[in-house]
Design a protein around this ligand. Structure first.
Ligand code: SAM
Ligand code: DTB
Ligand code: SF4
Length: 340
């Protein structure tokens, strides 16, 4: 094809309808696995075009929401999640620490706010919170909220009573990941079931909190597992408001430390499919960014990612320096103020 022909090519009917109609992508909760696998199988450019078009119909594509994480209770966890440096079962050089004081947590949140974060996410290495810790947890939520920040917590499985305590305290989001497809999940974690996780998500929903739920890529799963994870999330009665897609941080001593490296383009593909399936959700480019090039992250934002964890630490592992992120946002013309 000559250059002239290439530059005067008419867009096809299907491209045209993707570009013009905001109504072609109603929220769906009935995705079949085969349909999702077909999205994964699209040529990369077709998939990214589709995802970016949907992204543009639902969001300001130059705006990224930023949250800062804090580990409020580190290590010594009873569970056997094969990826996690905080499990007491693996020798990972991590020093276990007890639950932080409310004052220290609120101080860390204040610092995160000064650096520009709009949401503060507090994580605990627990299978589930103990009822006797709930007063301290509730005080943390109230303290962080009083700074004018959005709050998020990830504490493991919850009971109905605990979800209503958190809701009453003003917790905005609860993070609880499905991690992978139901089939692959069973190869990674034996101490609790996929159904346990779905039950907690339902309780969070019933209590009226926003749901944050996603998974981890690069654990040795296949495309069908990635499709299965996204299918389960998208077919929930309501899409999670926030969908974190983590790249496995390979921590020495964990069973998954030697997993085969994921092709970066397969990571981008998964983000793109998440964007197509859940058009109104914040898709979060989560753990693993220190192993990603700026160019790969730029592709992720193009594919539909529109939130990140911000600040030099995730829970126990490294995240890019705040300055480095600000420079990247600047180079990409991305703003981080919230518009919600
Ligand atoms: N203990 C609680 C739980 O498991 O629900 C909350 C904290 S847990 C560390 C939160 C999430 O971090 C996990 O569900 C998992 O998706 C993610 N995560 C843990 N270790 C990771 C790793 N090495 N790489 C990527 N994500 C990881
Ligand atoms: C999520 O999906 N990723 C974050 C947050 N939710 C809690 C945690 C990533 C943890 C990475 C390993 C660590 O730092 O310990
Ligand atoms: Fe414990 Fe959560 Fe880590 Fe699993 S992911 S070992 S539950 S801290």
């Amino acid at each position: 094809m000559s250059t002239t022909q290439a530059s005067t090519r008419q867009i096809t009917d299907s491209e045209s309808s993707e570009l013009s109609s905001p109504f072609t992508h109603q929220l769906r909760h009935d995705w079949a696995l085969a349909e999702i696998e077909a999205l994964f199988a699209l040529p990369f450019n077709d998939l990214l075009f589709k995802a970016h078009t949907i992204h543009r119909q639902h969001f300001d594509v130059n705006q990224v929401q930023i949250s800062t994480l804090l580990s409020i209770k580190t290590g010594g966890c009873s569970e056997d999640c094969g990826y996690c440096p905080q499990s007491a079962r693996y020798d990972t050089d991590l020093k276990a620490e007890k639950l932080m004081s409310v004052g220290d947590v609120v101080q860390a949140a204040q610092q995160a706010k000064q650096q520009g974060a709009s949401r503060f996410c507090m994580g605990a290495a627990w299978r589930e919170p103990n009822d006797r810790d709930m007063t301290q947890i509730v005080n943390m939520v109230e303290g962080v909220k009083s700074l004018g920040m959005e709050t998020c917590m990830t504490l493991g499985m919850l009971t109905d009573q605990q979800t209503s305590q958190l809701k009453q305290a003003g917790l905005d989001y609860y993070n609880h990941n499905l991690d992978s497809s139901e089939e692959f999940y069973a190869q990674v974690i034996s101490t609790r079931t996929y159904q346990d996780r779905l039950d907690t998500l339902q309780r969070v929903r019933d209590a009226g909190m926003n749901v944050c739920s996603g998974g981890i890529l690069g654990m040795g799963e296949n495309v069908r597992d990635r499709a299965g994870l996204l299918q389960t999330l998208a077919n929930l009665p309501k899409h999670p408001e926030s969908v974190p897609i983590n790249l496995l941080v390979q921590v020495e001593g964990t069973p998954l430390a030697e997993s085969k490296q994921l092709d970066p383009l397969d990571f981008v593909r998964t983000l793109a499919v998440a964007r197509i399936l859940m058009p109104e959700s914040r898709v979060r480019l989560s753990a693993g960014r220190t192993d990603m090039s700026d160019e790969m992250q730029a592709l992720c934002f193009f594919a539909g990612a529109n939130s990140v964890f911000y600040g030099e630490k995730l829970l126990t592992t490294d995240n890019p320096e705040a300055n480095q992120d600000l420079q990247l946002f600047d180079r990409l013309g991305i703003r981080t103020g919230t518009v919600e």
